[in-house]
Design a protein around this ligand. Structure first.
Ligand SMILES: [Zn+2]
Length: 146
């Protein structure tokens, strides 16, 4: 479990720990086709950290992203009421950019507020951060369904 100084401001050490957890998860990725080894670490509101990695399939559209793997694992372990406080994404190749893809952004939105911080390797792998709203400004939500 990671400690948080508040809901809105993560302790820098907690952010660093979350990034490390994502990097460690990237080393377990199954990516024999793309060789794009991604790990994700979720900080849940409960303080638990749940990781996932991408799992490719020879039938490419069956591939599961690291973020979605982590979310499925978090729901499996802690139930449907989980809330994500922060997300870190890493790539085993630390020189690469690695933001959540569109599908993952929408999946994160199901369990996180729009202010949820997303930590990821930006240009040339440089540590970067933004909010979910920055990545998915017009998320489809339950409110969209009327
Ligand atoms: Zn994805």
């Amino acid at each position: 479990m990671l400690s948080q100084t508040s809901q809105d401001a993560l302790d820098p050490a907690a952010v660093a720990q979350l990034r490390v957890a994502a990097a460690q998860a990237s080393l377990r990725a199954y990516a024999p086709y793309s060789h794009y080894y991604v790990g994700a670490a979720l900080l849940l509101q409960s303080g638990e950290v749940v990781t996932g990695c991408n799992v490719e399939n020879v039938s490419f559209r069956l591939t599961c992203c690291a973020e979605q793997a982590a979310i499925a694992r978090a729901v499996s372990e802690f139930g449907p009421a989980i809330r994500i406080t922060a997300v870190a994404v890493a790539n085993a190749d630390t020189s690469l950019t690695c933001q959540p893809c569109g599908a993952c952004r929408q999946t994160i939105a199901e369990f996180a507020d729009s202010s949820c911080p997303i930590f990821y390797p930006g240009n040339a792998g440089k540590p970067s951060a933004c909010t979910l709203a920055d990545l998915l400004p017009a998320a489809f939500s339950a409110d969209s369904m009327g």
